[in-house]
Design a protein around this ligand. Structure first.
Ligand code: GLY
Length: 404
């Protein structure tokens, strides 16, 4: 009898534990997420009056708002953030503000001089289509833009060209433009966009990554032979260093490519990138990386060794958080737990001092302490529109995960 009672207790206990562990899976409460999203809605209201009608917010430095025209690579993030926050709050004023910016941004659908069309058009028009389902307003813009983007693809280098200049440069950031192409295939039923995306991702896996799973910022190709001319950095500390935002773009890019293709090679790759980031001895305790993983170890004769050694990049943390949340849904439970807990830690850090601005300050940007480019002495320790976009995206992703 006792034996029977003991097994019953054991079974009941196990059931409770497993139910309890499902209940306890998420460390952040919906109150925490809602509070931060509500504050983001309030804060973005302070941004709009600082931005001329035909311009897009970029950063806020020395008490001044800095904006860009629609051709700058970050132009899609503000309308994208407004759309996420409209999705959260149901506030139509945010949708209307986004629509005003979309009208100005639309001309970039014909821009064939940049690889950044995914950032510019998919984060903005892509979210508008997802949210409103208004195909007649947004589908043609997206498809025209996707057709502009693929003019930059070369079957010889098997990549999409990033910049002009150099020889045929491809930067790791370009992984972020591929979702735009997979969506274009879904919209048209034409596989050519998805094939270009996969080809670019495959070439980047081969040529951008080092044995330790850190990546180069720039790989410069020979456009005639497809060979590699050089592997360099433009925004990192030195050619062989691990520029923090570059690692984040790669993590996000391969996680997204797995979602879009279900090709397990991308999933394994994303896991290895995540492990490089999370196991790095220079990842600070609050999980907001230095602008370059190698920055704290720079030789004393490096131009950045004294001044910029300890600068953090909140934008890289926001991108990592959003990517890790998604990655946690694709992997086995032990890894899922690590990725989820790491993303939670990033969100907790970003949602508090010294990263989150008090409402009404910071020119209306949500986060502080990001780094644009230290080698170019540009946007150092400032808010950046894309840090806000990926932070809000991560909060929205978390909110959806809590609902499941
Ligand atoms: N895509 C440019 C940057 O990450 O700074």
């Amino acid at each position: 009898m006792w034996k029977y009672f003991r097994s019953l207790l054991l079974v009941t206990g196990l059931c409770f534990l497993s139910i309890n562990s499902t209940w306890g899976q998420y460390a952040l409460s919906s109150n925490f997420i809602d509070k931060n999203l509500t504050e983001a809605v309030e804060q973005i209201g302070f941004l709009a009056p600082n931005i001329p009608t035909d311009k897009f917010p970029r950063t806020y430095e020395d008490g001044k708002s800095i904006s860009s025209n629609s051709a700058w690579w970050t132009s899609g993030f503000y309308p994208g953030t407004l759309l996420y926050l409209c999705e959260y709050s149901g506030n139509d004023d945010l949708l209307n503000k986004a629509k005003e910016k979309l009208k100005i941004l639309e001309q970039e659908k014909l821009n064939t001089s940049t690889h950044d069309l995914g950032f510019m058009l998919y984060c903005s028009f892509g979210n508008a289509l997802r949210l409103t389902h208004d195909s007649s307003a947004y589908k043609n813009v997206l498809l025209t833009g996707a057709n502009s983007l693929i003019t930059r693809f070369s079957p010889i280098t098997k990549t999409i060209r990033s910049w002009e200049g150099w020889t045929y440069p491809v930067i790791i950031d370009n992984m972020m433009n591929l979702e735009f192409l997979t969506q274009a295939s879904k919209m048209t039923g034409d596989n050519k966009y998805r094939e270009i995306a996969s080809t670019h991702a495959n070439t980047t896996m081969l040529n951008h990554y080092r044995k330790d799973m850190s990546c180069y910022h720039v790989v410069d190709y020979n456009p005639t032979t497809g060979g590699i001319v050089a592997k360099k950095t433009a925004q990192g500390a030195y050619d062989e260093s691990a520029w923090a935002r570059g690692q984040a773009w790669g993590l996000y890019g391969y996680t997204m490519m797995y979602r879009e293709t279900k090709d397990k090679r991308y999933l394994k790759f994303a896991e290895k990138i995540a492990d490089f980031i999370l196991n790095h001895p220079n990842l600070p305790e609050d999980f907001v990386p230095y602008w370059d993983f190698n920055a704290p170890d720079l030789p004393t004769d490096s131009p950045y060794a004294t001044m910029y050694k300890n600068n953090r990049d909140a934008s890289a943390a926001a991108i990592n958080a959003s990517a890790l949340l998604e990655l946690s849904t694709f992997v086995k439970p032990s890894k899922a737990k690590r990725y989820l807990q790491s993303a939670e830690k990033m969100l907790i850090s970003l949602s508090s001092s010294p990263y989150k601005a008090t409402i009404g300050s910071n020119g209306g940007f949500i986060l502080m302490q990001s780094v644009g480019s230290i080698p170019h002495k540009s946007e150092i320790d400032v808010p950046l529109t894309y840090a806000d976009y990926y932070y809000v995206e991560a909060l929205m992703r978390y909110k959806k995960m809590l609902k499941k």
